[in-house]
Design a protein around this ligand. Structure first.
Ligand code: NDP
Length: 314
């Protein structure tokens, strides 16, 4: 008989094949709300999932701004796609560096008058395998949460008005789920506050991150009831998930023609540097839900969490 693990693996593999098939179905003309003038920005796109997101968006005919914190590798990555005839432009962008964000903001404003799609993909996880060191917790949360938040804040004023709505997609993780069976915040009151979209606030999310970081500094974090697996990383992704719901609420009353839809997704366990190449999903499949969300025709989903093109619980 198949055990639980095998069944899960089989189910995953079947869904992966379904998605590969779905990806081959072209968008019809009436579904294609975008054109070659539609501008998509992807962060951390020099490799891994980000590179694939940039690749696939460009394959759909958009103008893609491939960004990377390192100019050399970013230019190389963009060149690979340009040589394939794709409309890809490189620009430097380090999401934790305010002056880099400012320079990028000015550049995109001047050259394109803004953007239509922002994909927040840049992220780090220092631990691999069963490690759970918090030595780099500050950097992890700074990048994955505060950096992503800075980008969302900087880009919102530049999102161009359109009938189809501008889109923000963030790559997060199931590890950041509020009610994950094996990996969640122990404090029920805090969890309930973070779960209730009406009580969510930037102060609550930032405060939760800062409390964890304080406990890391004074050595008490292990008894703090934080997620048990990749604690710093899981919390950083939990924060982006919560911020996605908060922003969806805040942005929801924008008038027709000025809509902004913001969602997040988990790519699964992907074979990239981040997992030490141990993931079981190729980056092409890991990129899929981001591209699908970014291009959804008649998008009305907002503030939701997805995996494999399906909504999942936060
Ligand atoms: P990689 O490590 O291959 O890619 C991460 C990318 O983020 C790199 O391009 C990296 O740049 C970039 N980056 C890191 N810090 C910054 C920064 N400050 N500014 C700009 N770019 C930065 O990993 P993945 O492709 O796997 O990860 C992509 C996203 O997917 C991440 O957000 C990750 O958390 C998420 N994710 C990945 C999973 C997986 O199984 N792989 C599972 C769930 C989520 P550089 O090359 O310079 O380091």
């Amino acid at each position: 008989m198949m055990d639980k693990k095998e069944r899960a693996r089989e189910k995953r593999e079947m869904r992966r094949q379904e998605i590969s098939l779905l990806r081959t179905i072209p968008y019809s003309d009436h579904q294609r709300w975008w054109s070659s003038d539609t501008v998509a920005v992807v962060t951390g796109a020099n490799r891994g999932i980000g590179f694939e997101i940039a690749h696939q968006l460009a394959m759909h005919g958009l103008t893609v701004i491939l960004t990377s914190r390192e100019t050399g590798v970013g230019e190389e990555a963009a060149k690979v796609l340009q040589e394939g005839g794709l409309n890809v432009v490189f620009h430097q962008l380090d999401i934790v560096n305010p002056s880099s964000i400012e320079t990028f903001t000015e550049w995109i404003q001047q050259n394109y008058g803004g953007l239509d799609i922002l994909v927040n993909n840049a992220g780090i996880n220092i631990n691999i395998g069963s490690e759970n060191s918090v030595e780099h917790a500050e950097k992890v949360i700074e990048t994955n949460y505060f950096g992503t938040k800075s980008m969302i804040k900087a880009m919102i004023p530049l999102l161009r008005p359109s009938a189809s709505g501008a889109r923000i997609v963030s790559v997060t993780s199931r590890l950041g789920r509020l009610n994950g069976r094996r990996n969640r915040i122990g404090n029920i009151t805090l969890r309930a506050q973070l779960e209730d979209v009406d009580s969510l606030s930037e102060e609550l999310i930032d405060g939760t991150m800062n409390k964890f970081l304080e406990q890391v500094k004074d050595g008490t974090w292990e008894s703090g009831g934080w997620p048990q697996v990749y604690t710093d990383y899981s919390l950083s992704k939990l924060a982006v998930n919560a911020y996605t719901r908060l922003m969806a609420r805040i942005l929801s009353d924008r008038p027709e023609g000025h809509k902004i839809y913001i969602n997040c997704y988990c790519p699964g366990w992907v074979k990239t540097a981040m997992t030490g190449w141990a993931g079981h999903i190729p980056p092409e499949d890991g990129a899929d839900t981001a591209v699908w969300l970014a291009l959804l025709p008649e998008l009305s989903v907002n503030g939701k969490f997805f995996a494999e093109r399906r909504e999942i619980n936060f």
